[in-house]
Design a protein around this ligand. Structure first.
Ligand SMILES: Cc1cc2nc3c(=O)[nH]c(=O)nc-3n(C[C@H](O)[C@H](O)[C@H](O)COP(=O)(O)O)c2cc1C
Length: 169
């Protein structure tokens, strides 16, 4: 079976996006990494943050998983800052230790977004789909999810399950 990892990019570990991620984890068997629990600094041209958690985390991901699903809340019409920082830091491996960056080639990338409404900017997925193309990854698609009254509506659960079927094979 396709081994996958879900990267949770919320500014809280037990918020709305984590509920979506838990459901996706149960439907796929994919593992989860919570970026809120990691110490990951901004991209720096002098690699001043190379001793933080990113280097080890990224190497573990590219060596162990075929499918990478980014899970982000909608903050200010786009991905969370935590998620953007993670994407920026991939650049570390385009400048140095490039063999690890190249290991992304041929892997699958997907996206799941979360807010409180069935509504997301149309272009929301562009940074992900374009980055996948740039990195030589297969973009397997995306869904938007929403939380109402702290719970996943049935419609959203069904959406996640359908997405899970697509990405886990
Ligand atoms: C900083 C911030 C910015 C937000 N911006 C938007 C937005 O632009 N559009 C939207 O629909 N919801 C926005 N929201 C609401 C969140 O998308 C929503 O509450 C989401 O479910 C939060 O997920 P979380 O608990 O994982 O952070 C924003 C919330 C925060 C904290």
């Amino acid at each position: 079976m396709n081994k996958g990892i879900i990267i949770l990019g919320s500014s809280r570990s037990n918020g709305d996006t984590s509920k979506v991620v838990s459901h996706l984890k149960n439907s796929t068997g994919f593992e989860v990494v919570d970026l809120h629990q990691k110490d990951i600094g901004f991209f720096d041209y002098d690699f001043k943050n190379e001793q933080d958690d990113f280097n080890f985390l990224f190497k573990g991901i590219v060596q162990n998983y075929e499918t990478i699903i980014f899970a982000t809340p909608v903050y200010w019409y786009t991905m969370s800052g935590v998620m953007k920082t993670f994407l920026d830091r991939i650049s570390d491996f385009l400048y140095k230790e490039k063999d690890f960056g190249r290991m992304l080639r041929g892997k699958n990338m997907g996206l799941i977004s979360c807010s409180n409404d069935d509504d997301r900017p149309e272009e929301f997925n562009l940074p992900f789909s374009r980055s996948a193309a740039y990195l030589g990854m297969n973009y397997v698609g995306d869904i938007h999810t929403w939380i109402k009254n702290d719970t996943l509506p049935m419609e959203v659960k069904e959406k996640i399950d359908a997405f899970a079927l697509r990405i886990k094979n």
